[in-house]
Design a protein around this ligand. Sequence first.
Ligand SMILES: [Zn+2]
Ligand SMILES: [Zn+2]
Length: 416
Amino acid sequence: MTSYATTPHVRDDHATDHFSGIAECHECGLRHEIDRLAPGSSALCGRCGSTLLKIPVDSLDRSLALAAGGLILIVIANTMPFMSMKIQGLIQEADLITGAIALLKQGMWPLAAVVAATTVAAPLLKLGAISCPPQHLPMIFRWIEMLRPWAMIEVYLLGVFVAYVKLIDLATIEIGLAFYALAILMVVMVAIDTILSPELVWAEMERRGIVTVPKAAPGESLVLCETCSLVAPVAHHGSPCPRCGASRHWRKPESLTRAWSLMITAIILYVPANVYPVMTVISFGAGSPDTILSGVEELALAGMWPLALLVFFASITVPVLKIIGLSILLITTQRGSQWRLRDRTVLYRIVESVGRWSMIDVFMISILAGLVRLGALATIEPGIGAIAFAAVVITTMIAATCFDPRLMWDAAGERS
Ligand SMILES: [Zn+2]
Ligand SMILES: [Zn+2]
């Protein structure tokens, strides 16, 4: 067992912040003995290079301060006007939640739910959880880990930007206070992700007696908790984690079957997502439907090349690359291939993290539908293609989560 720790600076006055124990790599499954990892340093997996553990300096105090600030920002973002639009003397205002409500009114409840969950509910739960009373912490921290990929404020803001550019020729647009609050909130959320070390939070809960972690007897079989990263003895298959309560498995159950079936669903949905209109712009009584591709074309024809390229990349290239990337991972794993294991692990990391950016178009549509509601003069209605497209993004995201990259290493190991 090898461990590689980089140590920019070691401070011995924070002895309780040091981490010692067993860590298992989430991506290749290799176990590491870590001895006194100091604050301000991180440990990398010696086999695949992924980050095993990071111990930021003063992690808990700084995260708590940021979360409190974030909660204030989220209140401002949800109560103040977000954007307003003026066409021929008519003014239409929109709040953050207006987009979701407008979608709901138009019968597009699946889209409304996705927009509300990723822009309001997930960030709110995450910030609220960090500043929560300690007795509920284990359950809440489990939720934070599970919600991590679904808070998409940064993607939403990019969607706002695309919507803004599309409208600027038609109307006068004013940006409200809520927009600025959301922009700062995005920075706060990124900062929390960097500063907050779940490992230290669990250690603190252990110290206060909120959770108890059993010591492993020598020779006892251990399993990694995918949610809180604890490596602990396991009584039986699927038995709950002693620290966070999530059910644990040696490897993600039915990983390949689940990933394949979600992928095939995504491939099928990809057709209606591109064929049917994602929205219809009605101006002066006449409607013109837009598909994803025609939306990109429109941006390009208007001379907005960088934005056209961005939307093309996020909405068309990323889903296709994700489907191809996941297929490569699944096929090579099933064949027990030893080909470029480390590169394939990096491919998995990319596939897992890039998918959320495809939501730009979905968010843009929700903003346009929420803002442009001026009857026959100008109205934007979301189309059925948008639901199919959001479903493609979500099914590929879940497929990536279902795939267990450790299986690649297991399968290659068995063959050698
Ligand atoms: Zn590894
Ligand atoms: Zn756990």
